[in-house]
Write a protein of this length. Structure first.
Length: 162
């Protein structure tokens, strides 16, 4: 048996823009279906919002997203944010990463050059949590929250020593 795990992001009116952005960064094909495509009358607010969306690339990148019904424009929605009564946040403090988020997206590449390319594009209008640089465990590691509020870890797979 074989399975595939794909991150599914929940947005509040920005799923289409986020998916288009991720396709521009990672390549691949974009598939989007709206609530209107599944029968919601086109004149109803939210009919153009994404009920199913996905980016799938030959390089292994996969992400899905949709717009939570009845939600207003804003960042990615998260259970931690809802329970805390605020948006998720991640920051560096005293040499550690402090977060209220339930997850980060991780993109691991084989070379620093490929990760630097993704980083450069994701970093536009992003909040840099930790700049992309060599670390004790990787030739390149960085963390950022993109323009949609999604926190990404990008790193280079380190050669393992036995």
């Amino acid at each position: 048996m074989s399975i595939t795990t794909t991150t599914h992001l929940n947005f509040r009116g920005q799923a289409r823009a986020a998916l288009e952005f991720y396709q521009s960064v990672f390549g691949g094909s974009l598939n989007i279906a709206t609530y209107g495509d599944f029968g919601m009358p086109k004149e109803v607010p939210g009919a153009d919002n994404v009920v199913f969306g996905a980016v799938t690339a030959d390089n292994g990148f996969r992400v899905m997203a949709y717009d939570v019904p009845g939600q207003v424009l804003g960042q990615v929605s998260g259970q931690a944010a809802a329970s805390a009564g605020s948006e998720p946040s991640t920051r560096r403090e005293n040499g550690t990463t402090v977060t209220t988020e339930p997850f980060f997206l991780s993109v691991r590449g084989e070379t620093l050059a490929e990760i630097e390319e993704f980083w450069a594009e994701l970093a536009v209008e992003a909040t840099i949590v930790e700049p992309l640089a060599a670390s004790a465990w990787s030739p390149g590691f960085g963390m950022l929250a993109d323009r949609f509020g999604v926190t990404w870890i990008l790193d280079v797979e380190a050669p393992y020593q036995s």
